[in-house]
Design a protein around this ligand. Sequence first.
Ligand code: ADP
Ligand code: MG
Length: 701
Amino acid sequence: MTDSIPPAEPSAVAPEPVTVIPGVGPAMADRLRRLGVSTVQDLLFLLPIRYEDRTRLVELGALRPGMRITVEGRVDLTEVVFRRRRMMLCSISDGTGSLLLRFFHFSRSQTEGLKRGTRLRCFGEVRQGVSGMEMVHPEYRRLASDSGPPLEDTYTPVYPSTEGLQQGRIRRLVDQALLRLSADPPADLLPKSVRDQLEFPPLVDALGYVHRPPAGASLELLEDGRHPAQRRLAFEELLAHHLSLRLLRGRIRSHRAPRLRGGSGLLERFLDALPFELTGAQNRVLQDILADMSEDKPMLRLVQGDVGSGKTVVAAAAAVVAADAGFQAAVMAPTELLAEQHFRTLENWLSPLGVGVTWLTGRLTAKARRKALEEIAGGQASVIVGTHALFQAGVEFARLGLAVIDEQHRFGVHQRLALTEKGGADGTRPHQLVMTATPIPRTLAMSSYADLDTSSIDELPPGRGTVTTVVVPAPRRAEVLERVRLACESGKQAYWVCPLIEESDVLQCQAAEETAAALAASLPDVSVGLVHGRMKAPEKQAVMDRFKAGEIQLLVATTVIEVGVDVPNASLMIIENSERMGLAQLHQLRGRVGRGSADSSCVMMYEPPLNNSAERRLRVLRETNDGFRIAEEDLHLRGPGEVLGTRQTGVMQMRVADLMRDRGMLPEVRAVADRLLSSHADSIAGILGRWIGDAARYGQV
Ligand code: ADP
Ligand code: MG
């Protein structure tokens, strides 16, 4: 990947605020801001969410439910009736058919204005009534003569709206913005060769078209967001986001990083002492990492590997190399439980080699925290494991050389960026290693992780048993209990995962406590343990230790065990209310079994009846263990914002583009970005300024 990227200059011309439009005062500007509009240009990029067709009349005989259209007809009868509530019914006809207009709110003068014989033009949504087609509360106007006023010659846009701002008003504002646009057209920042090649209309035409599509335009294409005019805009937006990540990468890579190379053969000793050999995939990925770390630019590498592929040991090996070179490595995990588990694992592996491991989370006592901070600042701690508390103010590293972020999808881009600020005293920046178990479809990775190089651990360690998944309705709980009893009797261990209660952590933990008590009562010969998110870290760890040691046979848990927990002897997992959980989450949970050589099973219980999407999720899980297929399905079901976990970070918030819908354009986006970076550097700042207002923030790292 190229690193020779020109610095992004913020756009030289300040964008015009909306208040330059006559009639837009501070109050209106305030309301517009709620729609994300502060400049005239923002107004142009505020795209309609749908369109209304007021360009033609539809005969009453041709009406179908669901149509939103304009009709004309003569009033046959208007009456006020009581049917559960008071309402006004007005039926009109045009010789081809008739239509009932239904009003719940009306005045006497309205009723009087709808006398038999009055000609009306109505706009509204047609629905099937008891006795034919009807419209509820249509917009209507009385027509004086036989030929009404002319129909619209463009489709009517419907914008996202906010309180105190009516559609008509937004339309007029956009009209003003369009006028200014045609008077003073902005530069088309896509090189002409690119536009020609992709058959994109010029920017000005594209904007005009999406705001005012001419009668006859394909509403279907438009409402799907697939019209060339929309694709033209989406392309530029995707390009802007891609460029911003590439620039960010360039900025980070322009800093110096310490060259980390094993000095004293510590890595070899570490690998020799492991109870297993690295897989070919682990070795390959480790080589990528070591090559990056031996350079004097910060590594920016994403390692993807399905659940259980063995990412931890690869990260540990990288940490060993950093320690051997006299630098510190920080390992950040998304939950306390996982941080603690990583801490234990790393301590086991590294202490015998004389590498000091320390841990730091938000929940340490003041005294323990002070001690940890001292060790980190003093350099006695070589490897520091923790939650995001690691990167908060007050944590000073003596010589941070490597930052590892595990299960990255839980952290936002900003948290990732905060790492780069924790450099060593000599002005260097740490190498970054990001690890994720959510396989990211390649095209999306290209866009969302354009700043990272990627390596995949695409092979599981040998000797793993298979995992069979069954889906069982909750009424068959007794069978499930029997299965747990038999498994425990034969020396196996099991997890019982309690329902996800999103509204309340407290309720969720309560439910887990009750489940544990009920299970202990129905399985008197089984030793039952409980772990949940509200327990203190040492309590949690004590339970996990007893489970690991085999003293606990059945571990009841909330979804805290979702990520990273590793107990190879556990070969049965029961998940309650699996229909409430997402695909990725279920796949992660299931990844807790099948870690040893025994064959394992996962029982997904559900409360019938299943809705369509839950049924599809469970079917996918029953059919496959392949993390990539599951991630693809997840993308279809939930969309990339959720899957990539970047929704909150703002970076992925797009105005026009939709990563899922427009993913087909991503390879082209990347190719065009390459061209711009190498030969059209001047248009980059403009593109960023246009689409990513605070581009500078991403550039100045
Ligand atoms: P994940 O990629 O999900 O983080 P872990 O790093 O937790 O996976 O590894 C899962 C389990 O596999 C651990 O018990 C780990 O010790 C073991 N493991 C990792 N690599 C190998 C290997 N090459 N051979 C055998 N077992 C391995
Ligand atoms: Mg892991």
